[in-house]
Each structure stands twice: as structure tokens, then as C-alpha cells.
Design a protein around this ligand. Sequence first.
Ligand code: ZN
Length: 1030
Amino acid sequence: MSSSGFASQNGAGATYANGPSQNPVALYPTNQGYMAPPQPGYLNAMPTKEPTPPAPSCYNPSRQQPSPVTMYQQPLSLPASPNHRPALVPPAHTPPLANSFYQHPQQPPSWPPPAVNQASPAPSPAPPQPYNTGTSTPPVFQNTMQSPAPVPPYSSLNNAYMTAAPALNVVAPHTHQSFGPPQAALRGTLPPSGPPPPPLATRSDGPYSVQPGAMNRPMGTAYPSLQTAYQSVPAPQKPSPMQPAAQPYSTAAPQQYQQPSVSAAQLSPSLAALNLQSQMPEALRVVNLLQERNLLPPGAVTPPTPCLPQDLQRLNCSPEVFRCTLTSIPQTQSLLNKAKLPLGLLLHPFKDLSQLPVVTSSTIVRCRSCRTYINPFVSFLDQRRWKCNLCYRVNDVPEEFMYNPVSRSYGEPHKRPEVQNATIEFIAPSEYMLRPPQPAVYLFILDVSHNAVETGYLDVVCQSLLDNLNSLPGDTRTKIGFITFDSTIHFYNLQEGLSQPQMLIVSDIEDVFLPTPDSLLVNLNECKELVQDLLRSLPQMFSKTMETQSALGPALQGAFKLLSPTGGRVSVFQTQLPAVGTGSLKPREEPSQRAASKDVQHLSPATDFYKKLALDCSGHQIAVDLFLLSAQYCDLASLGCISRYSAGSVYYYPSYHSHHNPSQTERFQKDLKRYLTRKIGFEAVMRIRCTKGLSIHTFHGNFFVRSTDLLSLPNVNPDAGFAVQMSIEENLLDMQVVSFQAALLYTSSKGERRIRVHTLCLPVVSSLSDIFAGADVQAITALLASMAVDRSVSASLSDARDALTNAAIDSLTSYCTSVLTIQQPGLLAPACLRLFPLYILALLKHKAFCTGTSTRLDERVFAMCQLKYQPLAYLMLMVHPALYRMDNLTDEGALNINERTIPQPRVLQLSVEKLSRDGAFLMDHGIALYLWIGRNCNPSFLTQVLGVQSYVALPQNMKQLPELDTAESSRIRAFIDWLREQRPFYPILHIIRDESELKAEFMQNMIEDRTESALSYYEFLLHLQQQVSK
Ligand SMILES: [Zn+2]
């Protein structure tokens, strides 16, 4: 008998046996939708009939197990060169392709695939080969960034593009006389405010002409054969009323009924919806970027809605969780090539959700062929058979699935929560685990060298841990341990029964051993007092230290040995370049090169030590999170590998000092609180599947690609984003829609094995105009940013910058030549891509890719890490901050949430033109908020909001708005609180005056203005126009 049930909580809720007391589906907003995590790899093909296949993880050492990779049937065969597009001859007037992202695949970094040890969870005595074992077919450990399919050597492809377009900053637009060349003699002067109005000469009488036909056709085409579960199934035969409720299935023979065919009447609402949308192609409205200056919407940029019938879209995944760069999928790769837009998915799979249906069932229904989880976009042929929407295999509906625990009725498989929710979580039955789910294990590694202690960080970490010790996710099995290090490694015996913690020093850093292996990692509940003792005494223990060296590498090796039997999370706090022992690094940054105008060296790691160790960790379910606090160069490009390949997180606090840099300290404290208390999943794997014909080929984020499409995530956290690139391997000619499914299998901190599944459905289109109409400019920008980071490392920064610029040029050229039929002057874009050039310029000016302005190497590398790791919503604020005027807030158009009135000021362009000295302006940069107060700021704002009588009375380094009992104060505080509530981390508010050091940071984000080394937005548009019209 099935024990079906639900919980309405986000992962941790109680499950209900045999039917919930409330209907979890009804708890959803009707337009709900979340993202889809990829699917775990080691689910057995036929859970109830076959022996459980081995996990890809290192479980169950004693049994001989076949490799999970060989057991697992890949849903899609990978083409020889997945991202090599067929030769597409550009139109004669298309500018020559310089660096395009769509041309050459990244070359996987050379990395000898290590052998795999499935069988030995015990720490291997020989660390260099921790995976070697005797399993039959060792899974190929792939390079994390690339699918294992052979790809053409990068160099040969790259050669074709060596004649790159001139670097952006040397192109002087000359069509507009009032602007000198970008690097003209403005050195040392303030950036001019925005450009003058564009020349009238570009005005055209017919800016809205679009290719005939493109606008008349329904954008998504019709769905004549699409049959969804919930709309086409006739009323199911009711179970016999005599049947005991507890045995609902025992007598049910397959209930034959006619396969419902979709009649025109049934489809008409969908078609009507399509027609309605096709009549308003706002996305395709032609915008002359040189003329329209106010391109930003008044509020946040919203993602496009896929052009699907309403009843499908109602069930679709939320764009906050799962987004595609193109919400209308091209029918063929050649059509995609023609659009010159990147195709890929952006995921935020473990996002904190307020409503998440959780299902407990002994049978998780999946496609027998491709292992897709049943989802809202499958079709039921009849009550007993469903057709997979990814591979089209027809599957049987298991007996248990006939019972709907929500309605507590029988014979309604199409009403099951799995078929009604695009995001759902399963509590996995035993065949999804090969060892008992691991406990929550936390190990903290703390730098206690003189340099570290001097920054004062140790007090902050210890105090934060003391404050949050009871909020660490876990249960009665939770374990904790500590390692400190300088030139030696210090372990701490915290065994129950000791009167105080014992420090055990290991000075042989060449061969780190565990002095008392059984008492270094202890049960948090049983040994809490000793742990608290240690945390209270640690800061003093090293206050007099004169040790200046850092043996980070050996400390990490010790951590690996300690955690490898269980897996868990390692949190490393490091304040300097590791200088002794294995993994030691040398300074590589040349400060004189920080403002280099072209290429930046040393973006790739100096040693493979950290990557190798990360792969060892990954193989033993250990993730390493790195907190780097330093004023000096630390070689984040090398150190960051320890987190990147073990699915950890990187935090960076340049110039950290508890006393000298209070704003960093505050951010560090807030970050730590979030870090220590946020949800965590252990021993996780994620798999992303897509409909046959599509192929996923490159992944972005922090993880390790274990097999073709299986991401190994020793830890998963709710603040991690991922991106994948896709290509179209087989034409999708007969398909109206395609689906993507991400499944994340993880162990919760309470020791439950869970699977979170997200499914996204998108229409397939056959015309270029439809592709453009569905373009998601933010998702495109985010994917291009990740691709450009890879390009910076594999080729060069200038190469990546050129490719970014060319992405805008190529897509606008394609739009102008293939979608628009009437040529007209100006720089034309469809409304949905009107922000594309602005975002590309913002990326070119972002710390990751900027040239010509002094940027520390570690800060640049960190910016690159963030571009690859941040979920889309936060990433976009980091790339293009939001600017608001604050001194004239009104309640007009305000939101009303929980009886709070939240003003909604208009988002302003990022230009000093928009600032005025008599105002106050707030910039939301994602991780920080800047409130700039003009020198002549309205006196009433100063008194009513800031509580000072005059501008000169405004204190430096003010960080908080006083809680004044005035309408102005309430409005601005309500607005800032509302901004903060929308993200899981806590952005610090900096109140800055004209003289503040932070003013430069504020002004740096004025993306639309010219700087010494970069074009203004208007100049950039002229450059694009020049290239597009070539
Ligand atoms: Zn299938």
C-alpha cells in the first residue's frame, strides 16, 4: 500500500500519511512555478524490480557494484561536437564574425581524468589517487566545465577568429561630432554627463514596420496535437463505493476507456490565448536605440512569459527558479544560428521557497526509458498510460498513482500533485540511498597566524558561531569540529567528558596525520559545552602569536582526512597567501598592471593542487567554502578552485579589518549569519534533462561534472545559481513544445533523502521573429557573462570583451537583416532586446571584464566567480544596479504589503545626468546599497530623514537611517526594508557624502557615462550601429 502524503513546507515540513489535511496544491498561487533541478544519476532504472544500482558517490564500500555510469542510461546521445554549429553563411552585409560565443566551444582545461573509487569511503592513504579502485568501469571524471564529448581543439577554431574586431575602447565613433574619441584628452576630468540628444537625421517615418507575416502569425504556433494530462482526460471511472478506502487499488483492473482526442473545442481557449498574444507583439516593437533614451521600465525588468496556452503556462515553472534565454525554442540549430542569440538555461534549483509540495510515496513515477519524473507536461493516453514528454515513451501508470492523496479519491492520476506542480519534492524511498543518509557535519578551519589575528576576524567568527550554534541546520546526529593553523596544524579534541578542549599540534605539515581521529569531530549536542568553551577562548589563545606563515594546503589535507568517512561541509577562513607546505603560492600580481588597457595575466590557477584536492573532496561528499579576508594579494584564482570544484561558495572581503573597516565587518557578520543558518543539502547530485533533440553541453557554476550531465554537489545551498548551454541536435519539426527537467537529489540536514524536481515547458517556433519575440534579455546577459568568464580564462580578457560586444552586434544585425524588411536609419532593436546593448556595456565595465581602470586581480577573479555562481536576480543587480531618487518619495503607486505602504520610485538611468545636488539618490547594487546625499540636499530631507540640521552635520560613514517619526523617514525605511527582504543576504546601506571614499564606487556604476577608458552608452550605441550597418 502506498503511503502517499504531502507537506506544504519548504523541505522540512511534516509529511501527511495518506492524504493531507489540507490541499497543498491550493496553497499555491495560481501562477506558481519554480525551477527545475536536474535529476540525480543513481536512480535505478526500475526501482521496484531491479537491485539498487550503486550511487555515484562513494557509498557502500563492501559491495561490489557496477559503475553507476554504466547502469544509467543516458537520455540523450551526445553529439560529437555539441556546440559546433553547422556552417552558416552570414549574409553578405553581415560584418565578419570576430569573436563570437557561438562559434567555438571552450576547450576543456587539460586535466587527467582521475580514476574513480566507488568502493572506498575510508580516506585513502595515498591522497594523490584517492579514487583508484576496483570497480569495473570507472566513471570518467570529466572536466567540470565541459561535456565529455570530444570537441574540436580550441586553437584551431580560434584561429579562424584571430582577426578580431578592434578592441572596443579603441574604436572612436565618428558619426557624432560632439563626442571626441573615447580616450580623448579627458584624463583627469570628471565624466561628462550624458550625451546630447541624438541627431534628428536618424528619425524615420516607419519605425514600426516589421516583416509581413511575422506579426500576423500566432507567435507560438498552434498545438493541435498537444494533449495535456489535465485537460484531455475524461472523467475517470470512480472506484467502487464498496471498496474500502484503505485498499483502494486491490480490485482495480485497468480501466479501459477511449483515448480522448483533442477536439477543436477543447483547444479553442488555448488558441484564443495565442491569438490574443499575437495581436500585441510588444516584444517585437521596433525601437531605435539612438532615439529612445528612456529604455528602463519604471520598476524591475520582468522576464517574458512563454507563449503557451494559458492552462500550460499556469502550471509552468517559476522564472525565479528556471529560465531559458529564449522562451521560444527554435525549431532547428540553423535557425538558432541565424538568430545569433545564445541558447541556455539558468537555474536556481535550491532557492528558498515559501510553498513547496512534498510527496512521500513508495513509488516515484518516472519514465522507464529516460528516467524523467512524471510532471505536468506529460500526456495521459488513458487512465493507465502516460507518454513521456522528453523521450515520448509510453509508460504504465502504477497502481498506487491512481489514488490522489489530495482529493483522497481514486482514478485521478492526472490530478496527482506530481502532475499539477512544476516544482515538487519527493521524500525518496530506500532505493535512492546506498548508505544511511549522512548526518550534518561541519568543520571550521581558521587561520590563526599573526596576520589573521591582527585583523580581528577571529572574534567575529567565534561570536557568530556562538550566537548561531543552535541554528545550524541539523538534528541529533550533527557533528562539528575545528582546525586552526599557522605554520603548523592544530586539532581540537572535544570528546565528551573532557573538562576543557585539548589542542593537539601537528607540526609535520609534509605528512599531516590525525592525532586522535575519533574525538576531533564530535556530536554537537553531546559536546556543546566544550565547543562553546573553545569558541570563547580561541580569540585569546592566539592573541600574542608571532607566527606569520600560513600552511593552508596541509590544513586542508587534514580536513579531508577528517571528513572523508562521512562527507560534510568545510568552512575555511584564510587571510593571506599560503606560503608553506604543499599548495603554497607565490605572489603573481603586478600592481603596475592593474590598470592594463588590454589583457590581464594570471586569471587561471598557478597550481592544480587545489583543484585536485577539491576533486578528492567531491568524491567523498565534502564541499569546501572559502572566506578570504585580506588586504594583500591571495591568488584567489588558485585558492578558489577548492570551492569551485567541490561545489562550495567563495566569499571575499578585501581589506578586511574589524576596526579599520567597519563596513566590511558588518557585511562579514551578516554574511556569516546567513551562511551558518541557511538551508543545506548534503551528498547531492543534480541532473538536467531535456526533450529529445536538444542537447546540454556546457555547465556554469560551482560543481564537478561527474558524468555527461550529472553534476556532483557535495553540498547544495539556496544561494547557488547554475547555467547550462544547449544546442539543437535534431530538428524539432513535429513538436509544439519542449520540456526541461532538473532534478536535485540531496540529503537534508535532518537526514532525509529528498528529490526536488522542476520542470519547464516552452513552445517551439519556426520563424526568426518568433525567436526574437521570446528573447529573455536578462537571461541572455547572464549566460553570456558566464561564457565570457570562461573565455577570459581559456583565451584572453580582450577576446572575451570582443565576444561580448559581438554578441550584441551579431544579434542586432540578424534582427535587422532577417526580421525587419524595411531598412531604416538608426540602431534598431526589438523592444524585448532594447536593454541588450546597455547590459553588454555594463558587463564591459564590470570589475570582471573592465580594462583601463585599476582593478586588483583578486577582486577581478572574485567578480568572475560571482558572475558564474550568483542566481540571475542578484547577478543582474551586480551588473546593472538600480538607481532611485529618494528625497521626493510619495505614496503614489505604492505597494501595500501587510499594512505597510512601500513607495515605488522610478528606476533611473545610471548617469550623473540623473543626479542633482539638491537631491538624495539610492543605488541598489545587490550586495550593497548606496545613499548619496547631494551637497545642496533639500534641508527638510536632512532633518526629516537623516536627523541632521545641515549637510555639513552629516557624519561620515553613516550606516543606518535613524528611526524618525516622520512620513519621509517611514517611506524611505519601508522602501529599503522591502529591497532587503527580497534577497537572502543583507545588503549594507552606505550613506555617502561628496567627500566620501565610497563616492568613487557609487560613480563607477554610472554605466551610461564615459570614463577615461570606456565609452559612454551613446558612444557604444554608435559603435554598434557602425558595425551593424556594415
Ligand atoms: Zn522518457
